[in-house]
Design a protein around this ligand. Structure first.
Ligand code: FES
Length: 120
């Protein structure tokens, strides 16, 4: 699975953990090596996973409205053509890009705030 490298040398604050409902998702903009990108943040308790908001099927965003995602059980469903991704690893398990992954970004939760980590 690809992990995307942010351009900043220090971590970037993205938003507060409590801005995302437990079990829910949100979208935020961040600056990565390739420029500004929109990220999907998926919260589970005190943990958050982050992916580029780019569907591997056609490169479109996965949300049906900005920051609004289709979530079902432990999956995230692309609103465009219905590709279904595991929340925990971004693997597409059903739909037109089955077997491909969302591109993950490295995050850390610190002091109730979600940070995008710089590349190693
Ligand atoms: S763009 Fe996501 S399933 Fe087609």
């Amino acid at each position: 699975m690809d992990t995307v490298t942010p351009v900043e040398s220090t971590s970037q604050p993205l938003c507060r953990l409590d801005e995302i409902p437990d079990g829910g998702a949100s979208a935020v903009d961040a600056v990565l090596a390739d420029g500004e990108e929109n990220l999907i943040l998926l919260r589970h308790g005190g943990q958050v996973r982050g992916y580029l908001n780019i569907c591997p099927h056609t490169g479109r965003r996965l949300d049906y409205a900005p920051g609004k995602f289709l979530l079902k059980n432990d999956t995230l469903i692309c609103a465009v053509h219905g590709a279904t991704f595991n929340r925990v690893d971004g693997l597409c398990i059903a739909g037109p890009c089955r077997g491909e992954h969302l591109r993950e970004v490295a995050l850390r939760v610190e002091g109730g705030e979600i940070h995008l980590l710089p590349g190693a």
